[in-house]
Design a protein around this ligand. Structure first.
Ligand SMILES: [Cu+2]
Length: 140
C-alpha cells in the first residue's frame, strides 16, 4: 500500500515536471480546431499557429492586402526554399488556398501527424519578402 502511494506520488511529480517543462517552451498558443489568419504584404497574422493533428481544422482567411496571396501548407518536414515553384514542387504541398485582395473565405484541412509544418505564400517574390508562418500540429 505504501509502495503504491509512493509510486503515485512520484508519478504526480513527474506529471508536474512535464507540465512545467511545456509551460516554459516557446508558446505557439494552445492548439485549436479553428484558425483565423489575416494576410497582407508580406505576412501572415498570426504567424505562429497551433492546431490538433488528425482533426479537421476550420480555417478562415482574409486578405487585407492590395494583391493576391495564398496560404500553402507544406508537408511535414518540407522546408520552403526560395524561389518556390508551386508547379514544380506540388508534391510538397499539403493544402493550398488562394485569396484575392480584400476578400476572404472559409476552408478546411487536416494535418495527418503531429509535428511542425511550414506555411508560405507562393505568389512570386512573397516568400522572399518573408511571407511565411509556422504551423504546429499537436496530438489530441
Ligand atoms: Cu503573398
Amino acid at each position: 500500500m505504501n509502495k503504491l502511494i509512493l509510486r503515485l506520488g512520484a508519478l504526480s511529480v513527474l506529471v508536474f515536471l512535464l507540465l512545467a517543462a511545456c509551460a516554459v517552451e516557446e508558446k505557439p498558443a494552445l492548439p485549436v480546431e479553428a484558425l483565423s489568419v489575416e494576410m497582407s504584404e508580406f505576412k501572415f497574422q498570426p504567424a505562429n499557429l497551433s492546431v490538433y493533428a488528425g482533426k479537421e481544422i476550420s480555417l478562415t482567411l482574409f486578405n487585407q492586402g492590395a494583391v493576391r496571396h495564398d496560404f500553402v501548407i507544406l508537408k511535414r518536414g518540407v522546408a520552403a526554399h526560395t524561389p518556390f515553384d508551386p508547379e514544380a514542387q506540388k508534391d510538397a504541398i499539403l493544402f493550398s488556398a488562394s485569396v484575392e485582395p480584400q476578400t476572404g473565405g472559409n476552408y478546411g484541412f487536416t494535418l495527418p501527424e503531429a509535428g511542425t509544418y511550414e506555411v508560405i505564400c507562393t505568389v512570386q517574390g512573397h516568400l522572399e519578402a518573408g511571407m511565411k508562418a509556422r504551423l504546429t500540429a499537436v496530438a489530441p
